[in-house]
Design a protein around this ligand. Structure first.
Ligand code: OAD
Length: 233
């Protein structure tokens, strides 16, 4: 019988780690080098917009040269070849899922997009943004990266909630499960009857919330999991 289960996948920094983009929390992670209150909050931006733009300009430059890895390509293959719906939700602000050919909901925004704090216009970010850049729509010099900062509401939450309640399978890949609301998705999906699976380098602190666990680097564990779902192993 054809497997047409709806699969909802949440990805985190671990999926892009082997593309050379840093993770946040483990040894050497971004938040061990930078104070997130200074560079990833609306208050930090109000205090020092130059510092915040410098931080994201550096990350944008990194992301612009990164290439999708085998995990991104495997998830794109799952999305195109699985007979049922495959919804990809990412906390990542890089565009590597898209570069691999997938469509993803970016709940924490995107590095390659800019937005205006004054009129909420949104446009493609230049490689280097500055605090003085005028908004192309209203001219206010209040442009910022289209990134969801701590204390702000993630994007597309109503759409995501609908997907979680209709998921047959929920997989969290390469995420530490430390940041809400994404960390609560496994419980939401499980409440609606989904089978839940964590795929991570090692069991995360919230591994106990999942029905199943696959350990290993994303570039090997994700293609193997996709093969097993598509029955192509
Ligand atoms: P974290 O840095 O918190 O967690 C990354 C997870 O990936 C960890 O559990 C690692 O064990 C795992 N990991 C590392 N390398 C891996 C690999 N090669 N293969 C598989 N797994 C690997 O990153 P996130 O959970 O994505 O938000 O962080 C969530 C949010 O916190 C981010 O979106 C960001 C951050 O603050 C904002 O900036 C708003």
């Amino acid at each position: 019988m054809q497997d047409s289960r709806k699969i909802v996948i949440l990805t985190g920094a671990g999926v892009s780690a082997e593309s050379g983009l840093g993770i946040f929390r483990d040894k050497g992670g971004v938040w061990t080098k930078y104070d997130l209150n200074e560079v990833a909050t609306p208050e930090g931006f109000a205090r020092d917009p130059v510092k915040v733009h410098d931080f994201y300009n550096a990350r944008r430059a990194n992301a612009a040269t990164a290439r999708p890895n085998a995990a991104h390509f495997a998830l794109a293959r799952l999305q195109s070849d699985h007979p049922g719906e495959v919804v990809l939700i990412t906390q990542n602000v890089d565009a590597l899922h898209e570069a691999a050919g997938a469509t993803a909901i970016h709940m924490h925004g995107r590095l390659d997009r800019a937005t205006c704090s004054a009129c909420t216009a949104c446009w493609d970010a230049p490689l280097v943004m500055s605090a003085d850049d005028p908004c192309p729509k209203c001219s206010a010099p209040q442009t910022r990266p289209d990134i969801v900062w701590f204390g702000e509401v993630p994007q597309a939450m109503d759409v995501i909630a609908e997907h979680l309640t209709t998921a047959d399978v929920f997989a969290a890949i390469g995420t530490s499960g430390q940041v809400y609301p994404a960390a609560g998705f496994v419980a939401e999906a499980a409440r609606s009857g989904a089978h839940t699976i964590e795929i991570n380098l090692e069991p995360s602190d919230v591994a106990g919330m999942f029905d199943a666990q696959i350990d290993g680097a994303a570039t090997t564990s994700v293609p193997a999991w996709v093969d097993s779902v598509l029955n192509t192993a």
